[in-house]
Design a protein around this ligand. Structure first.
Ligand SMILES: Cc1cc2nc3c(=O)[nH]c(=O)nc-3n(C[C@H](O)[C@H](O)[C@H](O)COP(=O)(O)O)c2cc1C
Length: 200
């Protein structure tokens, strides 16, 4: 691998978990890289940049079992402005639920795009429990997977990785409820208000 373009496809951009994961992974890359934000930057300009890179890493969250809208819009723009030489595409995807399988359809969607438009598909890191994966002591396991992903991209040695909190579903649900109740309380919201359809 020569030069890496990282595309952050989270609508939360700089405040996203995707951004935290990128910042933790890039020190292990040992190569030239640049990051662009699909939510805030001009898609056509990014499409023009793609040809300058040997590799592209998409980093985005799972939204409603699919790719966030800004990623879909970017792919739409990219297939209308295809570069002559296609970089290898890699993916780091994270979802809120515990199971990494939740990400499967979104991963297949990107792989299908790559196959259809002639982009080689490289490595993939599928992350479950993305909101909580940095909770110590389990963050060590996650950091190891970030390093493996960086190394596989750098060495052009594709890997398929997945990581989630190593806890039971029951414990995950109980801990999540406590987390969101505390977050609601900080914002002056009760459990009943958060469960109501008027929460938005
Ligand atoms: C509108 C919306 C839809 C979401 N849909 C899903 C989903 O279908 N499955 C899931 O596991 N998590 C879902 N999540 C949770 C996000 O994937 C999760 O919070 C992720 O860590 C956000 O990453 P980011 O901070 O990089 O954007 C959704 C979050 C939002 C805001």
């Amino acid at each position: 691998m020569d030069k890496l373009l990282i595309l952050n496809g989270s609508p939360r951009a700089l405040r996203s978990n995707s951004q935290k994961f990128i910042e933790m992974m890039t020190p292990h890359l040992g190569c030239e890289w640049e990051e662009c934000f699909l939510f805030t930057q001009n898609h056509r300009e990014i499409c023009d940049k793609v040809k300058e890179y040997s590799d592209v890493l998409f980093v985005f969250p799972l939204y409603v079992d699919s790719l966030p809208c800004c990623v879909l819009e970017f792919l739409d723009c990219l297939c209308q402005n295809l570069p002559d030489s296609r970089p290898t595409v890699h993916l780091m995807i994270n979802c809120g639920f515990l199971e990494t399988e939740q990400n499967s359809i979104a991963i297949k969607t990107l792989q299908f795009f790559c196959k259809k438009y002639g982009f080689p598909f490289g490595s993939c890191l599928s992350i479950g429990s993305g909101e909580a994966i940095l909770t110590p002591p389990f963050d060590m396991l996650f950091k190891l997977n970030l390093k493996k992903l960086a190394k596989s991209i750098k060495n052009s040695a594709p890997l398929t990785l997945s990581i989630a909190l190593p806890i039971s579903k029951e414990r995950f649900v109980a801990e999540s409820e406590k987390f969101w109740l505390r977050a609601g309380e900080k914002n002056g919201l009760t459990k009943e208000q958060m469960q109501s359809p008027n929460i938005e």
